[in-house]
Design a protein around this ligand. Structure first.
Ligand SMILES: CSCCC(=O)C(=O)COP(=O)(O)O
Ligand SMILES: [Mg+2]
Length: 307
């Protein structure tokens, strides 16, 4: 196994030059996989039955159950092995609750990332976050770097398989305080699978930016490849507890271990701020003189109006 292509301050080029938007994956990127596997998922397993019994009449829960039922019926037709069906509305509450618990536990055993499963998980986590029984865990560089990037004018987004509701909960009730303000928007699998390039094209359209101006950060090479196929930039994030990357992935992608490595060497930092943060504000004279007739990465002369 090769050593990660770590970006030292002296030699690394910034990954942020020309970038306007940064899209963050959660599990393995902002948040330890262990938090998801050892805290969030067990909470669902341990509390699902209670949650269903207490909230059974709730309209949103009934919608989530109906979605799981439709998904299971479709997968039964497709002969998906082991699928647990959910009886229809005229079945007893007890039977429906049991089937939903079995279905959810079966899906979680396979770490499935289906929209239907993720929607119900998000609803169950709501109580845990609001009661502060759970706080969204983040790697220690995440909060400060998200705030700094947002202050510098980058538009920040989340794209995770977890439902948008659960993404908002994690960052609102995070171990580093309420970070929900730093994000301009959230995407989940209702936009499409994270392994498909079409999803990233949709995200670019929805946020109104050219794919080339968007950087996607993830721990999963297949997701990075899908983003790059859609014309986005992507870098792999290596965090403690993540799956090891192959030599090929380490060679093909920029890899970072912390978000401050996005900046590369310090000389680039002014250019990065100018591109991302200049929302039409004039540069001061000193900066303009220093820029001279530098060129942008698209080959055009830098007139300071990139952002
Ligand atoms: C949004 S927090 C819940 C994490 C989760 O359920 C999940 O599937 C995370 O997947 P990701 O796409 O962030 O790797
Ligand atoms: Mg991930």
């Amino acid at each position: 196994m090769m050593a990660p292509q770590k970006r030292s301050a002296e030699e690394a080029e910034s990954l942020l030059v020309g970038v306007r938007c940064i899209v963050f994956d959660i599990e393995g990127t902002t948040t330890p996989i262990s938090f998801v596997k050892d805290t969030l998922y067990p909470y669902v397993r341990n509390n699902i039955e209670d949650y269903l019994n207490k909230n059974f009449e709730n309209a949103d829960l009934q919608k989530a159950i109906a979605a799981l039922r439709d998904q299971a019926a479709k997968e039964k037709e497709e002969k998906v092995e082991g699928v647990v069906e959910i009886p229809s509305g005229d079945a007893s509450k007890e039977d429906v609750v049991k089937a939903v618990c079995d279905n959810v536990r079966w899906q979680m055993d396979g770490d499935r990332k289906t929209t239907e499963l993720k929607a119900l998980q998000g609803m169950i986590w709501n109580d845990a976050y609001e009661s502060t029984e759970i706080k969204g865990e983040l790697f220690e560089d995440v909060g400060p770097m998200l705030k700094m990037l947002a202050e510098e004018g980058f538009q920040l987004y989340v794209y995770s398989s977890g439902s948008i509701e659960s993404q908002k909960l994690l960052f609102t009730y995070s171990s580093q305080g309420d970070l929900s303000d730093v994000f301009a928007g959230y995407f989940d699998t209702t936009t499409g699978s994270k392994n498909e390039s079409a999803s990233y094209k949709k995200i670019a359209t929805e946020i109104g930016n050219e794919p080339k101006d968007i950087l996607f950060l993830t721990d999963i090479p297949q997701e990075a490849e899908a983003a790059v196929s859609a014309g986005l930039r992507s870098a792999l994030v290596i965090r403690p507890g993540n799956a090891e990357l192959t030599d090929e992935h380490l060679q093909n992608f920029a890899c970072i271990e912390r978000f401050d490595e996005l900046y590369g060497d310090e000389d680039d930092e002014d250019d990065i701020k100018r591109f991302a943060g200049d929302n039409g504000e004039a540069e001061d004279d000193e900066d303009e003189e220093e820029e001279g007739d530098e060129e942008d990465d698209d080959g055009e002369e830098d007139d300071g109006e990139d952002a």
